[in-house]
Ligand binder design. Structure first.
Ligand code: GLC
Length: 647
């Protein structure tokens, strides 16, 4: 189905004259040598662009003029696309699922904590390549708000790099070096809000009526109070409520996150045009993937949680159409930390299936795996995977063990409540276990934004501290702790299209314990999992000693198994039923079987009953003793079996 056909079924089809005028505005702005490709791209994606924008903004004054100006702007951005990126566009258009076929391995890091500066990140390419990384997500590096900036998520300018990290020339040099090394750069596109010192917010505060329309401003508490009755809270302790008073304006502004992060008003067409431009300018500097930060929050509707509204998907499909016209090599990744059944919509639904984001975080899998580790039962990930449909062709999951944020528990609520169980009780127990508040727990995490020990919000901690690896990288390693580390990474590597390592986890770095940063951690507990890359751990890795050698050893073994052609990259994992609730068993194609044991006791497993006994061999094994028939799985054992060649 073409993009045009796809959109027509779900959104009112645009008038042919409107599409033709938009096409002309786009193509005319392209240089002659790019017009043929431009026409072809417009014929594939242009009708979706017009249909989605018309559905969002068709009733606003001057819509047609605005649309033509936008298409002209897209053409200009296409004209400025550098030649090497244009070549990449052509290559990837010929193979849209390139990132699935490539069996990518991702890595996520803060620029300052990883390489000091953007230029310093280039100095880490060897480390990334040695791990097999070919996708690097750098957390926000654009100019951030002065003072607290939520780790850069309060963007003060989309046109500048944060001065402490470098400048736009450094970014272009870095993307070129990464491309040469075969690594795609992913950057955050903080879509939902800007910093209160961004020029738009400053102009609004100075009384500029046009810029006031960029935000959701309210003269008094009437509407904010009405909205609040159905809204949740992201930071209930540190930033309660969703609106902040702005004394300079005498108004209330919508601030879903911190009071200094002003939500943008996407019902105002210039906001869309400005963000599309910001994105494509970065694409032209070599960014290959955009992490669409906080995507569910983009559209507000009274009487709802203002999450995942249909217009959010229309907006993202419109952004994707812009990418398809100007920079088709680029991927969009949804950061939608909501229950999995709601995340699926970010791949595009109905007639827009496959026309929204190519990637989305599988946060349900991540949180359920941590809960399973605490519960000693694979019940939650099994339940989740059993009910999760396969993403559309040419799209896939970002899987991960940890990231810079907390383990968000609310994504598991529907799974728990579907069983008639009490969410706060069940997940509260798992969280308490991971936070080391339960006797016998191996974990050293910490609660995030929980009012008291009975409320459940999120849990913080680096993987190593949560699985019980030692703080001292040269201290003896408890084999069970390394098995837990392997188990969670093995699951992420088995399920995802692009598994994402979190900086420091590869070296088994523990929670941030620097006294100089204690105040920061106290203000926002997520800094517990934001240490600097440890120079000591890198030395130990080079010397093949201690925790870093052990954890990297596990990851390398898993990666090498995952690269085997018998591990079917383009085939989604399927759940194999098993009577023992401690086991999660997944197939990947006909020739690969993964066994993940979450139980806290030894368990005997008959491989023959799974059809993976004789004629199969181990591709990865951790804590699975025995021969080809029956195995004794130690607690937290992982076993990957592949059909022997020629069988
Ligand atoms: C995303 C980021 C998080 C940030 C929030 C607001 O969820 O991952 O770190 O606080 O957006 O931008």
């Amino acid at each position: 189905m073409t993009e045009a056909g796809a959109s027509a079924a779900s959104l009112p089809p645009p008038r042919p004259e409107r599409v033709a005028a938009a096409r002309q505005a786009f193509v005319q702005a392209l240089p002659t040598r790019r017009r043929l490709a431009g026409e072809r791209r417009f014929d594939a994606a242009g009708a979706t662009l017009v249909a989605t924008l018309q559905s969002l903004y068709g009733n606003t004054d001057g819509f047609d003029d605005w649309l033509l100006a936008l298409c002209g702007q897209l053409g200009q951005l296409g004209a400025h696309r550098p030649e090497p990126l244009s070549a990449l566009d052509a290559k990837r258009e010929a193979q849209p699922d390139w990132f699935v076929q490539q069996r990518m391995l991702g890595y996520s890091a803060y620029v300052d904590r990883f390489g000091g500066t953007l230029a310093g990140v280039a100095g880490r390419i060897d480390h990334l390549r040695a791990l097999g990384v070919d996708y690097l997500h750098l957390l926000p590096f654009l100019r951030a708000r002065a003072g607290d900036s939520d780790g850069g998520f309060a963007v003060a300018s989309f046109e500048e790099v944060e001065p402490a990290l470098g400048n736009m020339a450094d970014l272009e040099q870095l993307t070129a070096k990464l491309r040469e090394a075969g690594i795609s750069l992913c950057a955050d596109l903080v879509l939902n809000h800007v910093a209160d010192d961004h020029a738009w917010a400053q102009a609004a505060m100075a009384g500029d009526a046009e810029k006031r329309a960029f935000f959701h401003l309210f003269p008094d508490r009437t509407l904010p109070d009405a909205y609040e009755t159905t809204l949740g809270e992201v930071f209930p302790q540190a930033a309660p409520g969703n609106f902040s008073h702005v004394p300079a304006l005498g108004v209330w502004v919508w601030t879903t996150f911190y009071p200094f992060q002003w939500d943008l008003n996407y019902a105002h067409p210039p906001v869309f045009a400005a963000m599309a431009r910001a994105m494509l300018q970065l694409a032209n500097r070599g960014v290959e993937v955009f992490r669409l930060d906080s995507a569910p929050f983009l559209w507000k509707r009274l009487g709802t949680a203002c999450l995942n509204q249909p217009e959010v998907h229309t907006l993202l499909a419109a952004l994707r159409a812009c990418v398809a016209l100007v920079a088709p090599a680029v991927l969009l990744k949804a950061e939608a930390i909501v229950p999995t059944e709601q995340v699926l919509a970010y791949f595009g639904e109905g007639a827009l299936r496959g026309h929204e984001c190519q990637l989305a975080y599988h946060s349900g899998l991540m949180s359920s795996a941590w809960a399973a580790l605490a519960e000693g039962s694979a019940a939650l990930p099994r339940q989740l995977l059993a009910q999760t449909p396969v993403p559309p062709a040419g799209s896939g999951w970002i899987s991960y063990v940890r990231c810079h944020d907390d383990i968000v528990w609310s994504v598991l609520r529907p799974l728990v409540e579907a069983r008639g169980e009490d969410f706060a009780q069940r997940i509260g127990r798992a969280a308490a276990f991971l936070e080391g508040r339960v006797a016998g727990s191996f974990a050293r995490g910490a609660a995030f934004q929980a009012h008291d020990e009975h409320s459940v919000h999120g849990s913080n901690g680096m993987t190593a501290s949560l699985v019980g690896l030692p703080d001292d990288p040269l201290a003896p390693i408890e084999p069970a702790a390394l098995r837990r580390y392997a188990l969670l990474h093995a699951l992420a590597l088995w399920v995802g299209a692009v598994p994402l390592l979190y900086m420091g986890d590869e070296l088994g770095q523990p929670n941030l314990a620097d006294p100089a940063e204690a105040a920061r951690v106290a203000r926002d507990g997520r800094w517990l999992q934001r240490p600097r890359l440890s120079a000591e751990a890198l030395v130990l890795l080079a010397q093949q000693r201690g925790v870093p050698a052990a954890t990297v050893g596990v990851l390398r073994a898993l990666m090498s198994a995952r690269r085997d052609p018998r591990w079917a990259a383009a085939t989604a994992p399927t759940l194999v039923e098993h009577a023992d609730p401690a086991l999660l068993i997944l197939r990947r194609g006909d020739d690969a079987l993964g066994v993940f044991h979450f139980g806290h006791a030894d368990l005997a497993l008959d491989l023959a009953t799974l059809g993976a006994g004789a004629g199969w061999s181990d591709a990865f094994s951790s804590g699975a003793a025995g021969g080809n028939a029956v195995r004794t799985l130690a607690p937290w054992a992982t076993l990957w079996r592949f059909r022997s060649r020629g069988e």
